[in-house]
Every structure is written in C-alpha cells, then in structure tokens.
Design a binder for this molecule. Structure first.
Ligand code: RB5
Length: 145
C-alpha cells in the first residue's frame, strides 16, 4: 500500500500524483490534506503518513510540501522511517538500492510534476539491493534511533 500526504504547498502536486498512481494501477490511500488550506502544517501530514508506513514493512509513503525539505525532516523523526527527497534520477534510484527508502518527498513549489512522475516510476520499480554493506549501514541507522 502507498500512503500519500501533502500540506497546502504540496496539495496540487499530490492531486497530480494521485492521478498518475491511478493510471499506473497503484493502490494508494490519501491521508490529506483534503483541501487547500493555507493554515495547515506539514508535520501533521508527515506524521500521519509515517505512522501508516511504519506499521507495514511493505508500505511506502509519498509526501509533498513546498520544497520537500520540511516533510523530509519531519518524517525522518519517526523510528523506522527512511525518507528522502527525490530530486533527480540517480538519487531516487540509489535511495531504494542503498537506503531502502520507504518515504519519498517532493516539492510542489520546486519541482515539475512531470519530472516527479518520472522519478516515482523509478522509485517504485527499484528494489533494495540487500547487499551486506547496505544492511550493515542501515543497522547503524537503527542504532541511532
Ligand atoms: C509552507 O509555506 C512551506 O513552508 C512548506 O510547505 C514546506 O516547503 C516546508 O518545508
């Protein structure tokens, strides 16, 4: 299952991503914001998605705010979350292969929606490599939690 959330600055991007997920037959749950409301706060949506993702090792999260930065910072506060900013193809692929990222963040004010869709396709198609050196490094991140 894929969980998607956004604040007001990521709301339009979230709606476009939802259309794309549907076109790809990918099942998702939208955890809000349900409407464009400038008084909402990105940490609330980061927490809601993070809570869902940590309950299921197969689950993935997509978060959008203005820059992707705030969502990424907030999501990574939760134990078990490995959130990244998908800002180019190399980073997006490596975040799955090396970091086993389970949340990807985008910026509604900083990224082109068509590019975001391309990056999401890469992210969903790329598996964690499971190599010993990456397991070892991820275990060290768990030690930090
Ligand atoms: C909201 O104005 C904006 O600060 C937020 O969406 C995000 O970009 C924070 O990192």
């Amino acid at each position: 299952m894929i969980y998607i959330g956004a604040d007001h600055a990521g709301y339009n991007l979230k709606e476009q991503i939802k259309e794309w997920l549907t076109s790809q037959d990918l099942k998702f749950e939208d955890i809000g914001a349900e409407e464009l409301n400038p008084t909402d706060d990105y940490p609330d949506f980061a927490k809601a998605v993070a809570d869902k993702v940590t309950k299921n090792p197969e689950a993935k999260g997509i978060l959008a705010c203005g820059t992707a930065e705030g969502m990424c910072i907030a999501a990574n506060k939760e134990k078990g979350i490995r959130a990244i900013i998908g800002y180019d193809e190399f980073v997006t692929r490596a975040s799955r292969e090396h970091n086993n990222a389970n949340v990807i963040c985008f910026g509604g004010r900083s990224q082109d929606p068509e590019e975001v869709k391309k990056l999401l396709k890469i992210w969903f198609e790329t598996q964690y490599s499971g190599e010993e050196r990456h397991d070892r490094r991820l275990a060290k991140i768990e030690d930090l939690e």
